[in-house]
Write a protein that binds this ligand. Structure first.
Ligand code: GLN
Length: 195
């Protein structure tokens, strides 16, 4: 079974570990650069991207993470994790950096305070006919999608909320909170085929 990491600086780490283990992976928290060396894929959880950014730089993980992404390690980011994977962030806090990798612009907290959180059934053709029950919490949206990235899902108004680019996958929402397993299974397929 593949050994995959969950970036454990901050955020909903436990939910991802449980879901990945349920899919037959060996999931381990990653807080230090040497822990990154021992995994063949990584999930970046939801939480607060500006905090994850600061902690990843403080703990010397930002550069090793960028190198792993550049080397083609499969990485799946949910919500704050998607923000971390975006090449460009709008509405970041002062000085906020991302790791990058996905040729997209994401806008943080894009739904505003009137719509802090909501749930919706989304069509995701890449995952089959059955819709995905998606939970959005202070979620970002993809406002610009570059040539190298592909949209996997959009809201009814056309706003993009799931993207893929090679071994990178990002969703604005939290499959790990609604019992939805297919995004993680899709990610694990990337891990298995790149091993
Ligand atoms: N608003 C958070 C951020 O900017 C993301 C929220 C989440 O991950 N649920 O990082």
């Amino acid at each position: 079974s593949p050994r995959v990491g969950v970036l454990a600086l901050q955020g909903d780490v436990r939910e991802h570990v449980t879901l990945l283990e349920g899919l037959g992976a060996h999931a381990v928290p990653v807080r230090r650069p040497n822990e990154l060396d021992s995994v063949s894929g990584l999930v970046i959880p939801g939480g607060e991207s500006s905090v994850m950014d600061k902690l990843s730089r403080l703990f010397g993980l930002a550069e090793p993470l960028r190198a792993a992404i550049a080397n083609g390690m499969p990485v799946y980011g949910t919500c704050a994790g998607l923000i971390m994977l975006a090449d460009r962030i709008s509405d970041g806090i002062q000085g906020q950096q991302s790791l990058g990798g996905l040729d997209v612009t994401v806008q943080r907290n894009a739904f505003g305070s009137q719509l802090d959180s909501f749930e919706v059934d989304l069509g995701v053709p890449a995952l089959g006919a059955e819709p995905v029950h998606a939970v959005f919490i202070r979620a970002p949206i993809v406002t610009e999608i570059g040539d190298r990235a592909t949209a996997l899902a959009s809201l009814e108004d056309g706003r993009v909320v799931a993207v893929e680019q090679g071994n990178l996958l990002g969703t604005s929402f939290h499959p790990e909170m609604s019992g939805e397993r297919r995004f993680h299974a899709y990610f694990l397929n990337k891990v298995r085929s790149s091993a």
